[in-house]
Ligand binder design. Structure first.
Ligand SMILES: [Zn+2]
Length: 198
């Protein structure tokens, strides 16, 4: 099964597949960073993805899906992302010049201000590889497509300050196969990461 990568920019995480005694746990973005308060506002730009045929190009599905984190205030917006300015915005219709090839989606997480031990995020923006075939919970059936609900639940994990986990099945695992919807539901590892920060 083909796997595609879910990318976060502004940090690097290397996953070693074979390890004698792997540490099975989440990783927070480094340096540690969080939003000043919750709920974190995340908007979905209302121009959808042309490969998603659920009537809104995945926009409505993503607005609902990202609430899985429990600390997100989500809605649509007619304003595209402005890098470095709140609110955090998800773009389904452009790769932002960032996300090509095996990348499914990319989150810019580099907008934060230094504060000893606990930096403050003030913006994060998400872009989508528009060359990939995607589908949403609003569609029935899947054939070699990638689940936008799970992809954006993963990316919003980056938005709130979480890096990649090496726990297979966690939403924050760095890659996902086609027609796999497991990233829609948070694992206990994802919840532990959230609760570490908020
Ligand atoms: Zn990622």
């Amino acid at each position: 099964m083909k796997k595609q990568t879910l990318l976060a920019l502004g940090f690097s995480a290397l996953f070693i597949a074979v390890s004698a005694d792997p540490v099975m746990a989440y990783v927070l973005l480094s340096p540690r960073r969080r939003w000043a308060s919750t709920p974190v506002t995340v908007r979905v730009y209302n121009v959808g993805n042309s490969t998603i045929t659920d009537g809104s190009g995945g926009v409505n599905a993503v607005v609902s899906a990202i609430r899985a984190w429990g600390i997100i205030s989500s809605s649509t917006t007619s304003s595209p992302a402005v890098r470095g300015s709140a609110p955090a915005t998800i773009m389904l219709n452009t790769n932002g010049g960032l996300c090509t090839g095996n990348c499914l989606a990319a989150t810019l997480t580099g907008y934060y201000t230094s504060q000893a031990g606990d930096d403050r995020i003030y913006d994060a923006d998400v872009y989508t590889n528009t060359s990939v075939q995607l589908y949403s919970s609003g569609e029935s059936g899947c054939s070699a497509e990638y689940d936008i609900n799970g992809i954006m639940t993963h990316e919003v994990g980056h938005v709130i300050g979480i890096g990649h986990s090496n726990v297979s099945g966690a939403t924050m695992y760095p890659s996902i196969s086609s027609c796999n919807t497991s990233a829609r539901s948070l694992s206990s590892d994802d919840i532990a990461a959230r609760d570490d920060l908020y």
